[in-house]
Design a protein around this ligand. Structure first.
Ligand code: BG6
Length: 470
């Protein structure tokens, strides 16, 4: 659709930026923090680990001051469960609460809206040792953890995100890290875990509405659109298969509290469906979200399955690189889009389409909680980073957000990944996303100095003008 008049961004638009606790904070074992699964995983040799990360734990004041200078209206960050409950449940660690209270206070002082993710991949290790999400006790632990957060921060935080990218944890568990011993859960286990997370999420969304009358809460899913490789009807079926299984099935459960029929039949046919106990679906349904959050990086292109092992491509996949699944879909190429050096498709128009589809399906406000480009940024002699590729990427995506707004989609904010350099999930510090450069290498911590990139100045101006883009 072409328009004569493009709608402006709403005055209340949440111009933001994102991080997650384990990728930015460091201080992995201080002030009573317990280990999380991330702390105990095997990490690739030669890539930065998460022990120091960007040292935000010690430098949060300086960082938030920079976020204020950037003009952020919102900051999306996660709370490390293991700072609050070092073993996932039991005694509260008051120092952990204090740390996040300081962050929230600091943000509020600058008028920056805190958007809090409760769980971003970093399950407490003690819970993992007791079965992790396979064990229903983890559901209760998550609800109690959430109750504590609502109790302490419910008056100061308005926007809550339950679980970051549940679909990535279930569909690409290796992208988050490989457990000690190297064995990833089976699909059967993963879909049981998924079911338990959904119950936990439903209960927590319900609790939020009971405890925080002004609070708004929603799930954060890695969502995208799947294009069909050709106009062959079988390609269209395969694209629909994977778009449903990878994305909609998670949101259908979060929003409507029901298993999508196609998804359920896929699980049953493969004998990987979860055990559903009495009351589970009611608990999932009881927690209606106020908005949905989406993390969008790229689209994918899908061809008909040949129904044999060749459907699965031998290359390495991750949360954005589709691998194919026997009898379901094959990954295909798209000659109309570019790619990052890590093989992630760059498709701004795909964001508009994904927003339209999600709004049409759920009729809920949408908050974009991640979008951005990873690159091995280089410091120049003038001590800055000429990251024009990042400016181009964000500009092109924001233009499509504006078109989606013009289409009628209710987009309430945009929080690119990441506001400051953080450790990538599995590519260390070589793959940076921030508007603020952190001066460290993979192993060499250098001085961890903060340096504004060219994109910092550009994004600042976009925020100042409520979305005018040069
Ligand atoms: C998202 C995650 O999937 O992608 C983030 O929520 C992650 O935690 C981001 O960092 C970018 O991925 P990567 O692998 O490049 O760090």
């Amino acid at each position: 659709m072409k328009y004569n008049h493009i709608k402006p961004f709403p005055e209340s638009f949440l111009w933001g930026g994102s991080t997650s606790a384990y990728q930015v904070e460091g201080a992995w074992n201080v002030d009573g923090k317990g280990p999380s699964v991330i702390d105990m995983m095997n990490h690739s040799e030669g890539t930065a680990g998460f022990t120091v990360a960007s040292d935000h734990y010690n430098r949060y004041k300086e960082d938030i001051q920079l976020f204020a200078e950037l003009g952020l209206k919102a900051y999306r960050f996660s709370i490390a469960w293991t700072r609050i409950f070092p073993e996932g449940t039991g005694e509260i660690n008051k120092t952990g609460l204090e740390f996040y209270n300081n962050i929230i206070e600091e943000l509020n002082n600058y008028g920056i809206e805190p958007i809090v993710t409760m769980y971003h991949f970093d399950l407490p290790y003690t819970l993992e040792e007791n079965g992790g999400w396979n064990n229903r006790a983890t559901v209760d632990a998550f609800v109690e953890y959430a109750r504590t957060l609502f109790e302490y921060f419910g008056k100061k935080v308005r926007y809550w995100l339950t679980i970051n990218e549940q679909n990535t944890m279930i569909l690409h568990p290796g992208a988050i890290g490989v457990p000690k011993g190297g064995k990833l859960p089976t699909k059967k286990e993963l879909y049981q875990q998924n079911h338990h997370m959904l119950i936990a999420q439903g209960r927590v969304m319900q609790l939020c509405h009971e405890m925080c009358p002004n609070g708004k809460i929603g799930p954060a899913i890695n969502l995208t659109t799947m294009y069909q490789a050709t106009c062959k009807p079988e390609d269209a079926i395969a694209a629909h298969n994977w778009e449903t299984i990878r994305g909609w099935s998670f949101l259908d459960l979060a929003v409507h509290g029901r298993y999508n029929a196609l998804f359920w039949n896929y699980l049953v046919e493969r004998q990987i469906e979860p055990i559903i106990e009495e009351g589970d679906l009611a608990a999932i349904k009881a927690g209606a979200p106020d908005f949905i959050a989406i993390n969008y990086y790229s689209t994918a292109t899908i061809a008909e399955s040949k129904g044999d092992a060749s459907d699965v491509s031998p290359r390495a996949g991750d949360q954005q690189i589709m691998l194919g699944e026997e009898g379901v879909y094959r990954a295909a190429e798209n000659s109309h889009v570019g790619k990052t050096r890590y093989g992630w498709v760059i498709d701004p128009v795909g964001l508009r389409l994904t927003l339209r589809k999600a709004f049409e399906r759920y009729n809920l406000p949408i908050l974009i909680t991640e979008n951005g480009i990873g690159a091995p940024d280089e410091l120049t002699d003038e001590a800055t980073v000429e990251d024009d590729y990042r400016i181009d990427y964000i500009r092109d995506h924001l233009k499509q957000v504006q078109l989606a707004l013009t289409d009628g989609v209710q987009v309430i904010g945009y929080c690119p990944w990441a506001v400051i350099d953080v450790v990538s999930t599995h590519q260390g510090y070589g793959k940076r996303y921030g508007f603020i450069y952190v001066n460290r290498g993979e192993d060499d911590l250098l001085d961890l100095r903060r340096i504004k990139k060219k994109s910092f100045h550009w994004y600042k101006q976009v925020i100042e003008t409520n979305g005018r883009m040069s």
